[in-house]
Design a protein around this ligand. Sequence first.
Ligand code: ADP
Length: 502
Amino acid sequence: MSAGYILAIDQGTTSSRAILFDSDENIAGIAQKEFTQHFPEPGWVQHDALEIWESQLAVAREVLKHSGIPAAQVRSIGITNQRETTVVWDRYTGKPVAPAIVWQDRRTALFCHKLREEGHEPLFRERTGLILDAYFSGTKIRWILDNTPGARAAAEAGDLLFGTVDAWLIWKLTGGNVHATDASNASRTLLFNVHTLSWDEELCRILDIPMQMLPEVKDSAGDFGHTEEEWLGLSVPIGGVAGDQQAALFGQGCMEPGMAKNTYGTGCFMLMNTGEKPVPSTHGLLTTVAWKLNGKAAYALEGSVFIAGAAIQWLRDGLGIIRSAEDTESLARSVKDTAGVYFVPAFAGLGAPYWDMEARGLISGLTRGTTAAHIVRAALESLAYQTCDILRAMEKDAGMDMNTLKVDGGAARNDFLMQFQADVLQVLVSRPHNTETTALGAARLAGISAGMFRMEDFMKEGNFRSFRPVMSAGEAGAKYAGWQQAVRRSFHESSTDQAADQ
Ligand code: ADP
C-alpha cells in the first residue's frame, strides 16, 4: 500500500457525509450535514438536488480543513449514495428541471400497477432483476418528463440528462465534463439489463424514456473524471462509485459467493454475493449488480426487512417499556428465554419471503408469567428471525450455503442480538470495529483505481468481533419453527390457507 488519502463521499437519504481514510483504512476525519426533506403530498418524498450538491461540497471542504490534510494528498474520491433517487437536469444550465424524487416516494405506484396489468412485469423482472415498483428510478424519470412543462421535448432534443445521485454529483464535481454512473447504481433504475450490462432499448421504449438522457455506465472502480479545481483547490480524480448497500457489501469484504452482510437499522438491508452470474429469485428477492470490476460484474441477491430497529423504537415510544434502545440488552439478558413469547413486528405487512402486505403485528404465547423483559427479548429476537427468513430464502435461490454473516448498523451494537443471530442462523456472525462500512466500500473502490489498494488486501481477516453459535442446532431449529408458526398467525386471514401450503 502506498501513502495518501481517499476521500469518501457518502451521500445518504437524510445527510451528506465526507470521510477521509488513510492508506491503512483508518478514519482521518468525518464531516456531516443534514439537508431538507420535502413531503409536498401524501406519499411524496423530494430532495432539492442543488441542496444535495451544496451540502456535499461543503462537507468535503470541511473534512479537509478540519483534518488539516491538503487536497494534494487526496489520491482519489469514492462516491456512495442513496440509491434510486432520481435527478433530471439541463445539460446547458446545470439546473435540475424538477425536485429529485426520492426512492421512498410512492407517486408512481399506480403507473406501476398499470404496467403490471398490461403484463410487463415478467420482462422487467427477467432483464433487470427488479420488481415493477415505484421504488426504482425508471417510472420516476417518466413522471418528471410527463409533469414538467417542456421537459419531454427538451429530453427528446437531447438537452436533459438523467442521473441517480452519484451521476449528478460526478457531473457537478467535473464541471459538467462527465455524465456517468456505475453498474451497481444503473442496476436500480429498471432500465438496465443486468445480463448484457447495458441500457435496455425495449424497457426504455415501454417507459418512454429517451436513451440520450442516460449516463454512460462504467466499472465501479475506474476513471470518472477529475474534479474542477475550484471545488477543492485542485483537481482530484474520481475513482470509485457504488450504491450504498453494494458499497457496504464491498466494505464488509464480502468478495466471494456465499458471503453476506446485514445492516440493522430502522429496517434491515441484506445482500448476498452470488458470484459472476445473476441469480433470479423465486422468493421475491431482488437480483442486483454488486459491482463491476475490470469489465466483469459480481451479482448479489438483496432482501429487506421493513421493521427491525423500528420495533425497538416502538417498545420505547409506543409501549413505553424501555427508556432507550440500549436498555434492551440488559433486559433481554435478565430472563433465560422468552418463555414461549414470539413478537412478529408486521406493523407494515410482511416483505420477503412472505409478501403479505395486509399482515399485522402480534405478540403470541402470553401467560400470567410474561413480563416486559420477555417481550423485549422477543422483540430483539424478531430481528434475528426475520434476518434468518431472508437469508434462508437467499440460500435457496442461490443454491449455496452462507458461511459468514457480516453485520453493521445501529442495532448491530447489541451483543445479545448478535449472539442470538449466530445461534438461530448457526453461522458465524462478524462485526467489524470500523462500522463505516458504506464509506469504506467507496474508499476501497477509489483506492483500487488509485493503485493504493489491491483486491487481495480486502480478503484478509480484518479487525472484527465474532459471535459463534453456542446453541445446539436442534434447539435453534425448534425456536425457529416456533417463529414460523407465529408469523403464520400474523397473516391476513384471506392469505392464511395459501401461506400454510408454502
Ligand atoms: P437508520 O440508519 O435506519 O436510521 P441506524 O443504523 O442509525 O438506523 O440504527 C438505529 C436503529 O437501531 C433504531 O431503530 C434503534 O431502535 C436501533 N438500535 C440502536 N441501538 C440499539 C441497541 N443497542 N439495541 C437494539 N436496537 C438498537
